[in-house]
Design a protein around this ligand. Structure first.
Ligand code: CU
Length: 384
């Protein structure tokens, strides 16, 4: 028994020793063990605070366990038959209350300072409203009147293990948030349905997104790059499928991007006016469907009954065009089917409805009636 234990210890000892001979591999793993330093002053402050507290804990641990093991060893009954009598020493009790108190106060000072920096809540040079939805983020650039949704872009096949997973599996989006480098950006964070949480570890930002409330956070990133995070509040079925991607670019690139976004809006208005053919609408609709609907209704249109209904063969998708339009525009109260009126452009809305009425044999089995962008514009007009 004893021999076996000894052998086990030897194995552990040798394996520890040998790992240290492979520094590259071992250190790569160690790097992942610690918090990341990030790319902002605040994130570095948070990191340094964490290291400081960590070293204080190590020192205290070493001291306490050192004294403990020393005493266990030195003052056994055999070595020290007559125990000392400092029981109920007021001085000692005073000391071991005061010293930890002072240590705590000493730790509270840098901690409060860092917290103060994190919550410095003044207006940014750029102010962006971040809205959590099941299961995507919306970004609104308040000064420039630009807004868009940021959807998971990982291929469904990767998710279902049909093809190997990519490098940024579940951490990639169709359209990232874009901000300029070395600029103070303030985020106004809220949600549209349930509580989400917007988290970008490299900026040391993690802020709850709560319907009806606006929480703020800010950053000033020093290095261009792509920074990735997640929603960190359990927010339903696809909680793990709503990543945050922030692309930090040089000021000039940012300015150009803003211009191109504004042009995009103008083009979209033109597209709404255009005469669409059925084939054009259907093919555009397929893309819209893949981005916005597959999470619940599945790429096959089969849904996940009984909660998420199939659209393939659905009575509404086959015969009831006006109810179909209404569901997409108004959502269904009390169900996960939300209104898409503000999330999709008129073109995309018409396209996705048309696609749903054409795909999976729905056109052959139903009335094949479809919707064009002008119908959506018409629907949105105030009714008297
Ligand atoms: Cu969420």
């Amino acid at each position: 028994m004893f021999q076996r234990l000894k052998n086990n210890y030897r194995t552990i000892f040798y394996s520890l020793l040998t790992t240290s001979f492979y520094p590259a591999k071992a250190f790569a793993q160690w790097d992942n063990m610690n918090m990341r330093e990030g790319v902002t002053q605040v994130s570095r402050d948070v990191f340094e605070l964490h290291m400081l507290i960590f070293y204080i804990c190590v020192a205290i641990g070493t001291l306490v366990f050192g004294v403990m093991f020393f005493s266990l060893f030195r003052y056994t009954k055999k070595r020290n038959p007559v125990p000392a009598t400092f029981h109920e020493s007021t001085k000692l009790e005073f000391a071991w209350t005061l010293v930890p108190f002072l240590i705590l106060v000493a730790m509270a000072v840098p901690a409060s300072k860092t917290l103060q920096d994190i919550y410095q809540d003044e207006e940014g040079e750029i102010n962006i409203q971040v809205v959590g939805y099941q299961w995507k983020w919306e970004y609104k650039y308040l000064e420039d009147d630009i807004n868009f949704f940021s959807n998971l872009s990982t291929d469904q096949d990767e998710i279902y293990n049909l093809v190997p997973k990519g490098e940024n599996y579940l951490l990639e989006v169709d359209e990232p948030l874009i901000i300029p480098v070395n600029t103070r950006v303030r985020f106004l964070i809220t949600a549209n349905d349930v509580i989400h949480s917007w988290w970008v570890p490299d900026f040391a930002i993690k802020q709850d997104a709560i319907p009806g409330f606006i929480n703020t956070a800010w950053t000033k990133v020093e290095e261009p790059g792509i920074y990735r995070g997640n929603c960190t509040e359990l927010c339903g079925k696809n909680h793990g499928f709503m990543p945050v991607v922030v692309k930090v670019v040089e000021q000039e690139e940012y300015d150009n991007w803003i211009i191109s976004k504004k042009n995009e809006a103008i083009k979209l208005a033109e597209l709404t006016e255009k005469e669409w053919s059925l084939a054009e609408l259907t093919s555009r609709g397929e893309g819209v469907y893949e981005k916005n609907c597959v999470a619940c209704h599945q790429a096959s249109g089969q849904g996940m009954p009984p909660i998420f209904p199939a659209l393939a063969g659905s009575e509404i998708a086959l015969y009831d065009k006006s109810r179909h339009l209404e569901i997409l525009m108004e959502g269904v109260q009390g169900a996960a089917m939300q209104s898409y009126a503000n999330q999709l452009s008129e073109v995309d809305m018409a396209a996705v409805i048309t696609y749903t009425r054409q795909a999976w044999g729905n056109a052959e089995n139903g009335d094949g009636a479809y919707v064009v962008p002008k119908d959506i514009v018409e629907y949105k007009k105030p009714k008297i």
